[in-house]
Design a protein around this ligand. Structure first.
Ligand SMILES: Nc1ncnc2c1ncn2[C@@H]1O[C@H](COP(=O)(O)OP(=O)(O)OP(=O)(O)O)[C@@H](O)[C@H]1O
Length: 910
């Protein structure tokens, strides 16, 4: 595959790992991946080196091969001790001579003889599995327990012949041996199960060794190439030296004791053999020297571990003699059978032998178990159990998995042999999971080392901080080349080693003549094919991801353009609004003073529908008294209505007479005040609302005196940012702190403070307004509407919790004096600007600087009170059942007040 390197950039980090290597050979057609467009290659910012390397290609690798474990079931024999059919019962010679045990052994033999048709404990299910059944005598309950052991390379039934066993089990080893590969066959099993019979056999039934020798020399005679080889045989045993130690003894005709130095035997004779008969003769002589003995389990029980080595050496005259690696060794091990003391009844020397045999068998099993655990969990170290016996020391390379071997388990099928058979199957069946992945192949080992190094380098590559995606691409591309270079290096180095197949990452075929296995080349080819496919799939996935990312980027760009356009439009609108506001709204607005003088005898609230409020003209509204049943609901809609009806309302300074329904909380009142102020602002008016609720002595039930002072102080227009500061500075209510004096005159008002402070959000419009003092309004009679709504009830019910006095709010609480309206310190100008509907909330802040104090002077207050007593004709606004003021109050009106009030009244009717 061709990868275009992006142009170099300044932030590229070049990492040189190794010296330049030879150029890679061109890829084979099978591994060549389709070319990607250069544009797509450029989009690939990060080459998935780690992902590719983490792929488990080894799963498809047929290199992995499990340890071959065979099982042979000895037929039931009824001929004497150990079931030797051909031998007569030799109970007199049975070892040991302990009368009690001897008697029991004889009894068991006789019993087994009687039960000719006794059931067997192990049955063959198929060539790979057997079923072990627990005898009835050993079952705790009547339930038959069975165990199935599966996974054997082959299970030889009791009637299987020696030739059959050889063909399936030993012939492959011999074939490998003839190709120069070493191998080992080890026979395991309890005593008397047929190990020796299987390995050596008898004259009528030759065992594996004679058959192998025949095979070897038969092949030698028929093949010219192999005729150039020489074969040597050696045989020795490892036995117990009276229980004190192990003894190595050479069983060859002139052999003697041996010693072992680091898994190497010193003094072992190798006898050159030229034909099978010669070899069999040597073996026969050696078997005569082998330590055997009679036990209750076997009349000729092997008391030592016997090892036969057949080594094939290439003829030196052929030029291959110097190549020691081509000298294959075929080892066949006949282990002494494990014995149970209870079963054999061994004593004395036999018991010591038995201990040695059992110990060696145990160590042998531990080595295999450790190898299995190490393979399953590489973090678990391979235990050095081989050091515990000479046998395992000698067979170390096999037991550590460095050389291939095969195991044959021999078991007896009789019910009385159930325990021995069960023990062997349980112990040895896990060995079938031992794998030979890189066994004995120096090239593979070298390749794996290189592979591990490559992985470690990729790990280091992860930690490298490479800035820039292009640099990453360049670097990773080099990394791949480096990996390939490593592989090439590995293959080159492996080619220097004999008998190995090299793995060329460029999809090469086996190039070493020593790689006789043509399957190696196919395997390498399959590896490269898998690698190429995986690489191509990853690249395709990245391409798809890049497409998706491009679409998202395009979408985001379009959205960004739309937002920019929208922002420009909004900015333009804002500028228009600013310009229009600056030129049109500069009018002085007087503060309205509203005094609500209510008659509480009749509490018939005036229900104001929101729609009605909307339909009202500003003038109508200004002349009306609104009683709000639900101010929160009304506020916004009413404001909109007021804002929408602008029929010359700018010229008026409006006053709202607001009547709040009873039992409203102070919070609602505050909210209403805020909203009311906002609605006034929308009508280009600034309101200063004062509710002065006079309590008449006639109604003791609800005497309220409410002074509601609200100020909408300032709305500033500054550079397009709208800010509305509205201060509802004082709402003094006589609900929570009312002091009721029945019969008190209206002038003696009990003013209670109702502090309302609400925060009104800043609208976007810029508003500036000031309010004029009510006194000025009254004198000038400009823009001030004093609205009296007959029979309305300005009831403001507040809770006692609103006792805190807000800033900028002056609390009037002077029962001995008339309610005063404080003149504002500065003239206030109110600018009328519509607040956008999108931001209906108005923030009320109580700042000292922006909230001038206003206080109704006694004269003004009195005037207002008198004004409220006037019977202003407004039939439309008269509530039902309203009561007129008493004549006493009317008489208190001075002449000047009357004239002034009339003047105002005439203004209201304009
Ligand atoms: N497959 C078989 N067919 C016929 N006879 C057999 C078979 N296997 C074993 N025997 C006979 O069983 C007896 C015991 O066999 P063998 O000596 O080989 O057992 P072993 O496992 O070597 O015992 P040990 O471990 O004590 O040496 C021998 O007499 C042998 O001839």
């Amino acid at each position: 595959m061709e990868i275009n390197s992006p142009p170099p950039c300044s932030n590229t980090v070049t990492i040189r790992r190794n010296p330049h290597r030879r150029a890679r050979p061109p890829p084979t057609p099978a591994t060549a991946a389709p070319e990607m467009p250069s544009a797509d290659v450029a989009k690939v910012r990060s080459f998935p080196t780690e992902e590719i390397l983490s792929m488990d290609i080894a799963k498809a690798d047929p290199v992995s091969e499990n340890l071959r474990v065979f099982l042979r079931i000895r037929p039931l024999l009824h001929g004497g001790v150990g079931g030797d059919r051909n031998s007569k019962p030799r109970f007199k010679n049975v070892w040991p001579q302990n009368p009690a045990k001897r008697k029991s052994a004889i009894g068991r033999a006789l019993q087994s003889k009687k039960n000719k048709d006794a059931e067997v404990c192990v049955r063959v299910n198929n060539p790979q599995s057997v079923t072990l059944s627990t005898p009835l005598a050993l079952q705790e309950s009547n339930r038959i327990k069975t165990e199935v052991y599966d996974g054997f390379s082959h299970v030889f039934s009791p009637d299987s012949s020696q030739e059959e066993v050889y063909e399936k089990m030993v012939r492959p080893l011999v074939d490998d041996f003839l190709r120069g590969k070493s191998g080992m066959l080890a026979a395991l099993g309890p005593s008397g199960s047929g190990k020796t019979h299987t390995v050596f056999g008898c004259p009528r039934q030759p065992g594996m060794v004679p058959l192998a020798l025949q095979h070897i020399f038969k092949q030698t005679r028929g093949s010219n190439s192999e005729s150039m080889r020489s074969f040597f045989i050696s045989i020795f045993e490892i036995s117990s030296e009276r229980g004190k130690g192990e003894r190595l003894f050479d069983l060859s005709p002139n052999g003697g004791d041996l010693c072992m130095q680091q898994s190497t035997l010193k003094g072992l004779q190798e006898i050159a053999i030229s034909d099978a008969r010669q070899a069999e003769s040597i073996i026969a002589q050696a078997m005569l020297k082998r330590a055997t003995g009679m036990t209750n389990a076997n009349s000729q029980s092997s008391r030592s571990q016997c090892i036969i080595n057949i080594r094939g050496v290439a003829d030196k005259s052929n030029g291959e003699g110097d190549d020691q690696a081509n000298d294959g060794v075929l080892s066949i091990v006949d282990l002494a059978g494990a014995e149970r003391e209870k079963r054999t009844g061994n004593q004395g020397v036999r018991l010591l032998e038995s201990n040695f045999i059992n110990n060696t068998s145990m160590v042998f099993g531990l080595c295999l178990r450790s190898l299995l655990e190490h393979q399953k969990n590489p973090k678990k170290p391979l235990q050095k159990h081989f050091q515990n016996s000479l046998l395992t020391k000698y067979l170390r390379e096999y037991l550590e998995g460095k050389k291939r071997m095969a195991l044959i388990l021999t078991v007896k099928s009789g019910e009385e042999d159930y325990r021995d058979t069960s023990y062997v199957l349980r112990q040895a069946s896990p060995y079938m999971e031992i794998k030979y992945n890189t066994v004995e192949e120096p090239s593979n080992i070298s390749y794996n080392k290189r592979h591990v190094q490559a992985l470690s380098r990729s790990e280091r590559h992860k930690r490298m901080k490479v800035t820039g995606s292009d640099a990453c691409l360049i670097d990773e591309g080099k990394s791949i080349e480096a990996e390939n270079g490593l592989c090439e290096e590995g293959s080159l180095k492996s080619s220097e080693e004999p008998g190995i197949c090299k793995v060329d990452m460029s999809g090469c075929a086996p190039s070493k003549s020593g790689c006789a296995d043509s399957g190696e080349g196919e395997r390498n080819h399959q590896i490269m094919q898998s690698f190429a496919k995986a690489l191509w799939n990853v690249l395709k996935q990245y391409k798809e991801k890049l497409k998706v990312a491009d679409n998202e980027i395009q979408h985001l760009r379009e959205s960004l353009v739309m937002e920019s356009t929208r922002y420009i439009e909004l900015k333009r609108e804002l500028n228009d609004i600013k310009s229009s506001c600056a030129c049109s709204h500069r009018k002085s607005v007087e503060v309205s003073v509203v005094e609500l003088d209510m008659n509480f005898h009749e509490r018939v609230p005036l229900q104001i529908n929101v729609d009605e409020v909307k339909s009202l003209d500003v003038r109508e509204v200004s002349a009306s008294c609104l009683e709000l049943e639900n101010p929160n609901e009304l506020d916004h809609q009413a404001c909109e209505s007021l804002s929408g009806s602008g029929n010359g309302a700018e010229d008026l300074c409006e006053s709202k007479c607001v009547r709040l329904a009873d039992s409203y909380s102070s919070a609602n009142v505050a909210g209403f005040m805020v909203n009311s102020s906002r609605s006034l602002l929308r009508k280009d008016s600034c309101s200063s609302v004062e509710l002065d609720h006079m309590l008449s002595g006639e109604d003791e039930e609800s005497p309220e005196d409410v002074v509601l002072t609200g100020q909408c102080n300032a709305v500033d227009l500054l550079d397009g940012e709208c800010r509305l500061d509205t201060c509802c500075q004082a709402l003094q209510s006589g609900e929570s702190e009312r002091r009721v004096s029945p019969g008190s005159s209206p002038s003696q008002r009990d003013c209670r403070a109702l502090d309302v402070e609400d925060e009104i959000e800043k609208p976007r419009e810029l508003l500036n307004f000031t309010t004029t003092s009510p006194q000025e309004d009254l004198v000038s009679s400009k823009g001030c509407e004093i609205i009296d709504i007959p029979d309305s009830e300005p009831r403001v019910t507040t809770s006692a919790t609103t006792a805190e006095k807000p800033k900028g709010c002056e609390m009037i609480d002077n029962p001995d004096s008339e309610p005063r309206v404080t003149k504002a310190e500065e003239s206030k100008e109110c600018e009328l600007i519509d607040i956008p509907d999108s931001e209906p909330r108005v923030t009320t802040t109580a700042t000292k600087a922006e909230k001038p104090k206003r206080r109704l002077l006694p004269a003004s207050s009195l005037l207002l009170r008198h004004f409220s007593t006037l019977d202003i004709d407004d039939d439309d606004e008269k509530p039902k059942g309203g009561k007129k003021k008493s004549g006493v109050e009317e008489r208190k009106i001075t002449q000047g007040s009357i004239s002034l009030l009339r003047l105002l009244k005439s203004d209201l009717r304009i």
